[in-house]
Design a protein around this ligand. Structure first.
Ligand code: G6P
Length: 366
């Protein structure tokens, strides 16, 4: 059936607003973290592996970067993430006990597919795909897989595919943690409850749209923006910057906030908007001092803060408060306002949001 726009202006906006449904479908029916979710052979494969090698491109690469934080902290499994086009052409040290994970919306991205085949040719026998298309080459060529249930994604800038990938990667993390004896029954129940809560948490985040539209009017007049995050929200800052450049053509860069003083601080003037992802985690106090460093140079801060975070709006510091504090799934919720900010900034600049210049939805040639 033809995919209709309904009340939305662009497919990207429709897909952003579909995320509660997409997430609900992706986690539907999961009431414990079982290897069988990834295929028949997963229990034995997961028992053999000693590390993970993630290969992906674009937005899918950033979901892999986020998953690295989960996999190492929760499942205690060493994880490496690499851009597929780099991996396929460099000399690496293959480890047959590593699980190679390819992440792809389409399952057809040429570089990711070639990286998978390259890994196999080096003797990597354990492979897993996180993919949105069940009939794709990547799903056919991997031993294990988890399908995301985002549904057809039309906007070139990926949104619902990203958040459903994060859910799948979180499920992978929890499954490995359980199999490795690192997840109590209590923590498993908590993890399931957190996943179940995501669709309603997403609805509440999407309700922030009017406040984000107000910010986007300021952003539309800028030519540069800086995005800051720390820890597992650093890849979310990267994804926010990628979304902004892809569709609004504003030059955007993301930095782990602790690196500010090693370069990007030189760029901060009163013309530089600095978007900050500020969840209420162990790094919050450090992030607050990063915010002060920017403020002292006249930079305009745009902060997405968790419900219980004591960062107040003041001169040069604009705060949008997220409805809750989300725990380990926080990256999945914090990326949504960044999608909306990029979307509305692009609309205000009048760009072709669903088909940005020079970009393709699926890059099937090198
Ligand atoms: C293109 C798209 C991106 C996407 C990337 C990887 O660059 O414009 O939105 O993230 O390809 O695509 P994949 O289908 O492998 O996730």
């Amino acid at each position: 059936a033809a995919v209709e726009l309904g009340p939305f202006r662009h497919f990207m906006q429709k897909e952003i607003f579909e995320q509660p449904r997409a997430l609900g479908d992706t986690v539907d029916g999961i009431d414990s973290f079982e290897p069988a979710l990834f295929g028949e052979r997963a229990a034995s494969v997961f028992g053999e592996i000693d590390s993970i090698l993630i290969l992906a491109c674009g937005t899918s690469y950033y979901s892999g970067c986020t998953a690295k934080y989960w996999l190492e902290a929760i499942a205690r499994i060493p994880t490496q993430v690499e851009v597929a086009s780099e991996y396929r052409y460099r000399t690496t040290v293959p480890n047959p006990r590593a699980l190679v994970v390819v992440i792809s919306q389409s399952g057809e991205t040429a570089d990711t597919l070639a990286a998978l085949r390259h890994a196999q040719s080096l003797g990597h026998k354990h492979t897993l795909a996180v993919c949105n298309v069940g009939t794709s080459a990547m799903v056919r060529e991997t031993e294990l897989c988890m399908l995301t249930r985002a549904g057809t994604e039309i906007g070139v800038a990926s949104t619902k595919a990203f958040t459903t990938q994060l859910a799948a990667l979180y499920i992978l993390t929890m499954t490995l943690a359980k199999q490795r004896g690192m997840l109590s029954a209590d923590d498993e129940a908590k993890g399931i409850a957190q996943l179940r809560h995501v669709p309603s948490a997403l609805h509440a985040v999407l309700a922030l749209e009017p406040q984000i539209i107000a910010w986007s009017e300021e952003f539309a007049r800028k030519e540069n923006a800086l995005f800051l995050g720390r820890g597992m929200h650093y890849p979310i800052a990267l994804e926010g910057a990628l979304k902004l450049k892809e569709i609004s053509y504003i030059h955007a860069e993301a930095y782990p906030a602790g690196e500010l003083k090693h370069g990007p601080l030189a760029l901060v003037t009163d013309q530089m908007p600095v978007v900050t992802v500020a969840p209420n985690d162990v790094l919050l106090e450090k992030l607050k001092s990063n915010i002060q460093e920017v403020r002292a140079r006249g930079g305009q801060l745009y902060v997405f803060a968790d419900a219980d975070t004591e960062i107040q709006s003041s001169d040069g510091i604009h705060v949008i408060r997220m409805p809750e504090h989300y725990g380990p799934l926080s990256p999945l919720l914090h990326v949504v306002p960044l999608q909306l900010l990029a979307y509305h900034t692009a609309c205000a600049r009048g760009t072709d949001v669903d088909k940005p210049r020079n970009l393709a939805k699926s890059v099937t040639v090198e």
